[in-house]
Design a protein. Structure first.
Length: 402
């Protein structure tokens, strides 16, 4: 539907501006009059030529969905109809992509579609977890409670993700800087010394000769090196898309010396938090495990959870198959078993998630404090070693002169 720009005067005499999506300008005028506006001026909003260019559209971030869920829950709890709530949320939304999605959802509801079915049309914004919890909320008449739970869950998931990203950023950035500095020295700085050494005509120390050989190799094969890196990266991505490749790489990541333990803790926290939210919201456990496995982000963990789901369908408990997997610690399995026996599995999973959130905090701090000096020594050693190799012949020549 077209979008109309409007300007009107409130009952208090204040001038307000805005935009509304409607079938025609008459529908816009009716909506504004219902809200008490007068002296209404309406004009059709000109179309954006770049509107249909996908990569130029603003992406909907997780924080946008969190704010939407919280505001939507507040409006429903206050007694506002769903259609009116969506209309207000669309009017206030600044992200144009999300604004359009909310407006389409409102139209779907007006056309008789359920909120769940409307959200299913936008899987990139509302994932399986979101859709299934909303379905449970609609069926149980507790949509506002479910939306608040979703917002809380997504906020904690975002914090967990940001911690892991923060832990990964420093070593990767340091490594990239080190490689960039080495290539710059080999490509630009070392050739200057090479010309100087040739004019001296002296025998060069082994470290200096090795450095000059590396510099010549980089100068002669720089484009081939760049092309090789691109080809390796593309081949790696292609292999990771295969079932075997993803399983092998994800398994290697979990077994990595430092990052592997951190990622296992993150996986336990995410699994516990997600399954707890779904069970407490009334989603069946088999359906919940299937959704949790899809959001695991690691094929090894995904396979473990799907095997757990299969075992439960055969009459076993959750704890039994999890105990056979090496990913979940024995303490977690024991707590899950207690939760199953006492009928408080969702509460027990929430406690596990809180505990492992703190464990992730501790692990990130320990890893950061350990990696900082190691990366500084590495960077200093590489650059310092190259400079020493360059100045060795100069020191030797100075000694010979003395």
């Amino acid at each position: 539907m077209p979008v109309y720009l409007w300007e009107a005067v409130t009952r208090r005499g204040e001038t307000k501006k805005g935009e509304l999506e409607a079938s025609d300008d008459g529908a816009v005028r009716v909506q504004l009059r219902r809200q008490g506006f007068k002296n209404i001026t309406i004009k059709k909003k000109p179309k954006d030529l770049l509107e249909n260019v996908q990569f130029l559209k603003p992406k909907v971030q997780e924080k946008d969905v969190v704010i939407f869920a919280r505001q939507f829950a507040t409006m429903i709890n206050a007694g506002l109809p769903i259609v009116h709530s969506l209309e207000l949320l669309a009017a206030e939304e600044e992200n144009k992509t999300f604004k359009k999605v909310i407006a389409e959802t409102k139209e779907d509801i007006e056309g008789g579609m359920t909120l769940t079915d409307s959200f299913k049309k936008h899987p990139k914004i509302f994932d399986d977890l979101f859709v299934n919890l909303v379905a449970a909320g609609e069926a149980g008449g507790i949509l506002d409670i479910i939306l608040n739970r979703l917002a809380l869950y997504m906020e904690k998931a975002m914090k967990l993700k940001s911690k892991v990203k923060g832990a990964m950023t420093y070593p990767i950035a340091t490594l990239v800087i080190a490689i960039g500095v080495v290539i710059l020295l080999l490509y630009k700085v070392v050739p200057v010394f090479d010309d100087m050494f040739k004019s001296m005509g002296a025998n060069l120390p082994a470290p200096t000769q090795l450095l000059l050989t590396m510099s010549q190799f980089v100068q002669n094969n720089f484009l081939y090196m760049v092309g090789g890196v691109v080809i390796i990266w593309l081949a790696f991505r292609q292999y990771y898309r295969t079932e075997r490749g993803r399983l092998q790489i994800d398994s290697a990541i979990l077994k990595a010396p430092v990052f592997g333990l951190l990622l296992k803790k993150v996986a336990v926290a995410k699994f516990s938090r997600t399954l707890s939210t779904m069970i407490s919201s009334g989603v069946p456990i088999l359906e919940g495990l299937e959704i949790v496995s899809k959001t695991a982000g690691n094929r090894v963990i995904e396979n473990t959870l799907m095997n757990t789901r299969k075992s439960i369908s055969e009459g076993k408990t959750i704890a039994e198959p999890l105990a056979q997997a090496e990913i979940f610690p024995s303490m977690v399995v024991s707590m899950i078993a207690v939760g199953e026996n006492t009928g408080a599995l969702d509460a027990m999973l929430a406690k596990i998630a809180d505990f492992y959130d703190e464990e992730v905090d501790t692990a990130v701090e320990a890893m950061t404090s350990l990696l900082e000096p190691i990366m500084m020594v590495f960077l200093g050693g590489v650059v310092g070693g190259m400079l020493v190799a360059l100045y060795l012949p100069i020191f030797s020549a100075a000694g010979a002169i003395q």
